[in-house]
Design a protein around this ligand. Sequence first.
Ligand code: HEM
Length: 480
Amino acid sequence: MTEMHATADDREPKTDANSDAGSTRSTVVTPPPGPHGLPLVDSTLAFARAPLEFLASMREYGDVARYEAFGREFVVVSDPGLVEEVTVGRDDEFWRGEFEHEFSELLDVEGLFFAEGERWRQQRLLLQNAFTPARIESYADDMVEETVRLVENWSDGEVVAVREAMSTLTLRALTRTLFDLEFGDGRADRVRRWVDAMGAYSDNEFFGTRAVLPTWLPSRAKREYRRATTDIASLVEDLVAERRRSDAEGDDLLSVLATGEYPDGSRPTAEEITDQLQLFLLAGHETTATALTYACWLLAAADAEDVRSRLEREVDSVCGDRDPTFADLPDLAVTEAVGREAMRLYPPLPFLQREPHEETALAGYRIGSGTTVQLNMYGIHRDERWWSEPDAFRPDRWLADDENGRFVVADPDDRPEYAYFPFGGGSRHCIGMRFAMTELTLSLATLARRVDLERVTESIDPTPKVSLDPGPVKMRVRRR
Ligand code: HEM
């Protein structure tokens, strides 16, 4: 292992005499501190082998730290105020950046997530019609029904692969709500094969020893991913053709795309429709499935008995002998707190990336153009400066009593807003945030009413892939 040490000198940004001491954009003469003098390949391999641990190790150099890997410069930001500055206050100075776009090209995924400038704005304004509060409310029953359908197929004592089960659930809920389509097992399997192949391929290219090899080298993972991508493109074409053949004039996402107009009066091209559908098939189910998997896993810990019984008491008293509905959400505070706490410990997208349009400064350090700024969400969510017992699963940290003695979700501790940002922030925050929180809470409540899940897999190994992949998670079903 290569040693990386900060010197006291490294930690102090040097600004010139004319700089404005209160601004983090002050004139700067130093780059951020970081591991100096390492051959490029060392940081690349260290990041590739264990990205979360590598980003955590950069805290040694301070809240803004620099390293080089993959032939480019990175700056890791581990301070909530600076995350807010980059994503909200100064978001016009930053874009997703070349590194993210290389990833998008490699994986051949485009759409809203990767669009920039005016094109992005037009797309976001059109697509957000499918995510209004009224639309989300109209999706809630389908989310619950899909969860019931999943659980009803489980028998008492059966061991289930939770990660796969949750992605089938969220995929079916997504296609039923946003595409107004029933997705049979065959189609759900095709999407899962695509996501798995994407995970294997990105893992292969970015993590492990291949990270230092040229990406044009052939590999089995690449061939399999290409095959899966061709298959998913043809699935998406079928979906659009089916919608156009039916006279449905819904306001679901598929209809908005197939029949809607951008605010500037133009219409999505065939290619844009395909890109968006592909992106939403991925972004709309994978992250929520990940959050649900970690929530189930954390709830089943031996020392989480109190949390489990509090959750069950809440669900039983709110729902009685029926399944939860959208109207129950304000009363499902413990359930929501479980979902929030799971995403604090295991944020599905554990770091976000930005690049300045031109050279700028942050916290008094120079950020060169072409530098990838990594917002260290995983590290900030577990930082002892903002969280007591940061590694402990404690949903109660999100709960307070209201004046009637009822639990409400609150963040009572005095901490910076961006100490918790699982859905990002600013104009590029997650468009599906409300959708995801509704699904997470209602699905967890529906599961808690019907089953307990016991751990069969003893330990997990969270690794950033398409999202923060826990690896295999087998659990035994106990019907309540
Ligand atoms: C627990 C579930 C989810 C989590 C944790 C999550 C997280 C995020 C985060 C952190 C971002 C911002 C990325 C950045 O700023 O670089 C984002 C963006 C996005 N998310 Fe989500 N997401 C979730 C669910 C969903 C759902 C359900 C959908 C769609 C139905 C969705 C669609 C998108 C899209 C399209 C973007 C890009 C928005 C833009 O750039 O304008 N996400 N998500």
